[in-house]
Design a protein around this ligand. Sequence first.
Ligand code: C2E
Ligand code: MG
Ligand code: MG
Ligand code: MG
Length: 283
Amino acid sequence: QAKQMGKGTYRCFDPAMMEVATQRAAMERALKEAVACKRFEVHYQPLVDCRSRAVLGCEALIRWQHPDGHWIAPLDFIPLAEELGLINQVGEQVLQLACSALAQWHREGHAHLGMSVNLSAVQLRNPLLPEQIADILHMNGLPGTALTLEITESVAMQDPQTSIHRLEQIRALGVRLAMDDFGTGYSSLAYLQRLPLNILKLDRSFVQEMETNPNDAAICTASIGLAHHLGLIVVAEGVETEAQHAFLDSLGCDVCQGYLFSRPLPGDALRQWLGGLPGGSTA
Ligand code: C2E
Ligand code: MG
Ligand code: MG
Ligand code: MG
């Protein structure tokens, strides 16, 4: 279009393009401010034992309310935080919030609970990451075994040597490692077994249609079998129905997570959900 308008016409004079550029600049400013002022929140979604439904722990999921009032989904700002070089700080804030919440729940009598926190590929390139994790665990009086870090297949595909080394340093703290969204990436099985993993999280896209789509059922069955052969615990994500839960249980799945049990909840609401504890100010 710019071409048609002839030489000397610049695309950036297009008002629509200007709008996009302005919006992005505003988003960058808001995100930088959120990091500097620690404005992120974390919600917690329970993970339950597939057979007994006993609560084993929670996954920490970042939440950000834009200054204009609306909530922005993690997948809509995590990539920007990575691009802007802010993800190490964001990740550290999430880890700190999640660990201090877990330490509180432990003090309140739920000492068996664990916490899972998502890690971005960029964080894994930070040589100071293992030390940062150790410091946060120590500050909150938590053993490494209380924490699980979730990585995705792509995380470990970029620069495998460095990734494996970093993951081994983290494992040495007693922290467990989970492969998140399993089945959606491009990693080979040969490569997967080189990673020091403890847990495999079956992606919700396979769980969603496992009862109606035989291919998805086959992927679930095979993934659970593979994981168990490799000595890994299997977590199914996105479990929304009793039928999905029953099917997963029949396949020998170990742990379930999904709206059937609970949506991600603010810390105080989660404490109430756990039962018998005083809720927050909004209770
Ligand atoms: P994830 O790690 O796979 O997290 C699970 C996502 O599935 C969450 O979305 C959760 O709210 C959603 N979910 C859970 N159960 C159900 C269900 O039964 N049905 C459906 N439809 N969805 C369900 P959320 O919170 O929007 O997070 C999206 C992704 O953003 C996460 O996927 C994770 O990759 C990333 N993320 C979230 N928090 C962080 C963080 O602190 N750091 C980093 N690096 N990434 C994060
Ligand atoms: Mg996750
Ligand atoms: Mg996941
Ligand atoms: Mg997922």
